[in-house]
Design a protein around this ligand. Structure first.
Ligand SMILES: C[S@@+](CC[C@H](N)C(=O)[O-])C[C@H]1O[C@@H](n2cnc3c(N)ncnc32)[C@H](O)[C@@H]1O
Length: 220
């Protein structure tokens, strides 16, 4: 697989504290969907594995997948240090990677929108396939109110190579509410929240507006 610009991002030596701490909303999934009933977890686009490691710590059987070798090297090193077992898979989420019905939980935190809209739809459909019936998908994606909307080169409708990002130059598709409903075909939406907050990068204040979705695969 060719070296992506994400490899350059994850290889950088600067502090990446933000990418090491799990999001509290993901941790809530551990309470809501316990390991005994939902044993197999896929962290798709895992980055440094903050969520994969959190689930592994709670006894889940975890796969961490990413298209960046550098990201997976971080996961491997961090899992080894904590004596946790995580299976790493190098792969592109836009293509089929896993067998149907392999997982109870799929997490895609700040991942699925780094592509064109049609690729995002395909990726969510693939996640639906990877899940067992009754399995749960958690994903986040930016809304059109996000501060990055309109920033950088426009590649397609609502799709930009955002410069004002933690990873400048990364492709972003910005979804509206109707998009989200359409993406969740084959799921029952359990929770659809809009999260908004300010964050600082190099002294500049930015505005984030994200959809946060929890959806359950409809039983056959
Ligand atoms: C913003 S980071 C989020 C990382 C992680 N989910 C977290 O919350 O810490 C996006 C991740 O998606 C990965 N990624 C981007 N495009 C991808 C693709 N087409 N297939 C698989 N992974 C991809 C990147 O390498 C990166 O690790």
């Amino acid at each position: 697989m060719e070296i992506s610009n994400w490899d350059i991002f994850w290889a950088g030596s600067e502090e990446k504290d933000y990418w090491k701490e799990p999001d509290p909303f993901v941790l809530e999934l551990i309470d809501s969907y316990p390991q005994e009933k939902f044993p197999r977890v896929l962290d798709l686009g895992c980055g440094m594995g903050r969520h994969a490691l959190a689930f592994a710590r709670h006894g889940y059987e975890v796969t961490a997948a990413d298209s960046s070798r550098q990201a997976l090297d971080h996961v491997e090193e961090r899992a080894k240090k904590r004596e946790l077992k995580v299976t790493n898979v190098l792969g592109d989420y836009r293509s089929p990677l896993f067998a149907e019905g392999s997982y109870d939980i799929v997490i895609c935190y700040n991942v699925l929108y780094h592509c064109l809209r049609e690729e995002m739809v395909r990726a969510i459909n693939l996640c639906q396939k990877y899940l067992k019936p009754g399995g749960v998908l958690f994903f986040t994606c930016p809304t059109r109110d996000d501060g990055k909307y309109g920033d950088g080169e426009k590649i397609a409708p609502h799709t930009f190579l955002s410069e004002n990002s933690t990873h400048p130059g990364a492709l972003h598709y910005f979804s509206n509410s109707e998009d989200i409903d359409c993406f969740c075909t084959g799921f029952e939406v359990l929770s659809k929240k809009k999260r908004e907050y300010y964050w600082k990068q190099d002294g500049v204040v930015n505005f984030s507006s994200y959809w946060q979705l929890t959806a359950q695969k409809i039983e056959a």
